[in-house]
Design a binder for this molecule. Structure first.
Ligand code: TLP
Length: 349
């Protein structure tokens, strides 16, 4: 019996042998006292690689986004973000629940950017007692529900300009920022530069078992650190997991190119099969988001049929399906996945 090929998410990645060794050997202390040398090293490394003053280790991408929003925006102000943003769709409205913030969504373009004019209107400060004031503007790069699409540096700079004009902080949900940097062929620092704060996940394509980092100015990180404690995110000998995060940043960024290549190969073959609706233009990194002809397939029937062929994939929004390529997936796995898709969608050929 061959093992299942798990393409549900890049979160299923297991730590590399180097990570496991680093975890076993990590120097530890109590991080609530700021005394875990490995956590401190990870935070400094992340800040350096992303070109910001300071960093903070967090338990997850969700916590990274939430502490950022809480640190930036006073109660009663608006979180302005896309209607397909992970923060809006998948994080339980945490900023409203915990921080008394109001979400204002903007329709998302198919490749994950938000129309610039809508963005300008949303962040406009008006002297009007009816309205909640803008608190923070959020972008997502790469964009999960749009299929791992990458925001251009030019677009990000335009958004930056608008945020600066209105004095509204700009936050990036950069859960997959390293994928964006590799796809653009630039450094992490360049993608992060226009943002006041960035959260980057270590446990997705970079394959660490747990956690993410938030980076920004020293003052911002001070506030984010307070918010992390409020949320119960003050971990003690957290260096055990931070050690894997260091390896993730040092060793696992460049190899994302391989995941992107695997995604292109898989998407190219998939798009040729009957009943598949897939815009290959969206396949810019490691995610493939597609639909099937709804007259012939429900997403759950396809997921079940693929499982019987030994391949796991997931849903991604209404009637959409998703494959995610990642560390541990080989070219042979991609060929096997394509064969499984053919067996399910075009059994006669
Ligand atoms: N995304 C997960 C699921 O929650 C959908 C996945 O499998 O893709 N921002 C973005 C853009 C994300 O894709 C995710 C996770 C998060 C934030 C949250 O990260 P975690 O799961 O670490 O809280």
């Amino acid at each position: 019996m061959t093992a299942l090929i798990d393409l549900r998410s890049d979160t299923v990645t297991l730590p590399s042998p180097e990570m496991r060794r680093a975890m076993a050997d990590a120097e530890l202390g109590d991080d609530v006292y700021g005394e875990d040398p490995t956590v401190n090293r990870l935070q400094d490394l992340a800040a350096e690689m992303l070109g910001k003053e300071a960093g903070l280790f967090v338990t997850s991408g969700t916590m990274g986004n939430l502490v950022s929003l809480l640190a930036h925006a006073p109660r009663g102000t608006k979180v302005i973000l896309g209607d397909e943003a992970h923060i809006f769709r998948y994080e339980q409205g945490g900023a409203a629940v915990v921080g008394g913030l109001v979400y204002q969504t903007i329709p998302t373009n198919p490749y994950g950017d938000l129309p610039i004019e809508r963005l300008r209107q949303a962040v406009q400060r008006r002297d009007d007692a009816h309205e909640a004031a803008p608190g923070v503007l959020c972008l997502e790069n790469t964009h999960n529900r749009c299929g791992g699409t990458v925001l251009s540096l030019d677009y990000i700079r335009q958004a930056r300009q608008i945020a600066v004009e209105q004095d509204v902080p700009l936050h990036l949900d950069g859960a997959r920022l390293p994928n964006a940097a590799v796809a653009l062929g630039v450094s992490l620092r360049e993608v992060a530069a226009p943002f006041d704060s960035v959260q980057v996940d270590l446990s997705k394509g970079l394959a660490a078992p747990v956690g993410g980092v938030v980076v920004g100015s020293r003052e911002f990180i001070k506030q984010a650190h307070r918010a992390r404690k409020l949320l119960g995110g003050g971990m003690r000998q957290a260096g055990v997991i931070a050690a894997a995060g260091i390896i993730a940043l040092e060793q696992m960024v460049e190899r994302l190119a391989e995941d992107h290549q695997h995604a292109r190969i898989l998407a190219g073959g998939l798009a040729e099969l009957p009943d598949v609706v897939l815009d290959l233009g969206t396949v810019q990194t490691n995610l493939i988001v597609f639909r099937l002809n709804p007259d012939r397939w429900s997403p759950s029937r396809f997921i079940t049929a693929m499982r019987e062929q030994g391949v796991l994939l997931g849903g991604s929004g209404y009637n959409q399906l998703r494959f995610a390529t990642h560390y541990g997936i080989t070219r042979a796995d991609i060929e096997r996945t394509l064969l499984a898709c053919k067996n399910v969608l075009a059994p006669r050929y």
